[in-house]
Design a protein around this ligand. Sequence first.
Ligand code: GLN
Length: 548
Amino acid sequence: MSDSTKYIFVTGGVTSSLGKGIISASLAKLLQARGHSVTIQKLDPYINIDPGTLNPYEHGECYVTNDGAETDLDLGHYERFLNVPTSQANNVTTGRIYQSVIEKERKGEFLGKTVQIIPHITDEIKRRIKMLGQSGEYDIVITEIGGTVGDIESLPYVEAVRQMLWENREDCLVIHLTLVPFLSAAGELKTKPTQHSVKQMLELGVQPDILVCRTEHHLDDSIRRKIALFCNVVPTSVIESMDVSTIYEVPLLMQQEKLDTEVLRKLHLPDNGEPELNEWKDFLSRLKKPKNKVKIALVGKYVELKDSYKSISEAFEHAGAANECKVELKWIHSAKISDDSIEEKLGDVDGILVAPGFGSRGIDGKIEAVKFARENGIPFFGICLGMQVAVIEFARNVIGWHDAHTAEIERDSTHPVIDLMEEQKSIKNLGGTMRLGAYECELKEGSRVFDAYKQKDIEERHRHRFEFNSAYLQDFEYNGMLATGKNPKTGLVEVVEIPNHPWFVGAQFHPEYKSTVEKPHPLFIAFVNAAIKQKEKFAQKSDSKVNS
Ligand code: GLN
């Protein structure tokens, strides 16, 4: 390695779901708050080229970057913590690695050699890791290896890490995240799973430098010494990671445990004072001491797995804190909404968000939810498919086109108010072919969205094939649903609203991807604010009923 970038690898042992993404993001935050430029990369050991074609039940939400990459949801955490955009280079899968190697082989670039996992696949993995370092933009690259050490799929990644350590031990560091379970029958914390998982790393030729131990009980000195002794690290490199009530507390917890100073010491970087985390701490105190509370319905078809809507639920955390208000999400399965159940499901909420999605399952329930919000003056926010169903509902119940639909579900509707985008018509492949990534949008002055953003020109990220059918725009505007955001180049309708309603906004783009701790998203802030007002209005009405 010729550049002076430092490389930190984060691996996981014992079990999945220990929170490698949050630990990586928290460490990155601490290093960034000390003035370093840091980026985080996720290597995913599955064979899909990207998660774009995956059902959300598999790995949760598909996160979209500015450059239109469909990526793992951990990239959302990286952006939310660091407030710096990521790109395609920040997420690499086994599928992508093999695809590049096979393409090179077909071009004859291996000059007749046998193409093998070592060195060709591992070289490609190392190339993808170093690419971020060699961009010259970052002092530190943190690479999170997905999966659990010992899985067949992650072997080439651990081998690539071993090679990078062998090439340049000085500039590389390995953090291994493990579990120290508490056995209630024995009344004891157990270190054996950690010992075994480090042993597994050693068998693969990698000695972890730092162990982050996920635990439900404090690790006392004797446990720390025991882990250090058996895992061959110094006791200060045994870091405790206790369960906390919010992920946004983890950076402070890691600071208390001195993870950042341990990393600096091991990477021979100067430790010049405390990280500057004032804004972060302000956010946390607002998050933890709300003055108000609202209940918002999140209507979607994947609500059993909350990770499917990760960016949306996090955007509510940010916007709630900005409003000094706790946002309680009421998760509602769209397929379970019917005429009979709607009052029970939505009667007690201060705002309704209809989520993005694909396909026909649960669409009728989403349309019912929009109708309920529109007719009862409940603040409404529709995102992507949520915006599209708001258009369908308006066409059917206000304009009177009872068969209005989206061409995604009903190809032969006489009123295809949502239609396939022109450029999508010739596309056959499913992977990576939607309208993806950041596009400009021009907002109409005086609209709700303009009020929220306080500017005319914005840029937001997209992930869809269908769009508002502009052939019907006049009819919508005449009847009271306005297009208040349009793509300045193509004229595509990106935002619709009903001015004659307390707050009714549908966005074709996904604002949730851009909400961060330090920059909560203006549309989520405005929506939560509208929900607060709705709650106050409702309370006043009930008061006057009691007093009359
Ligand atoms: N299925 C819709 C489309 O492709 C909406 C997509 C979404 O909600 N992300 O246009």
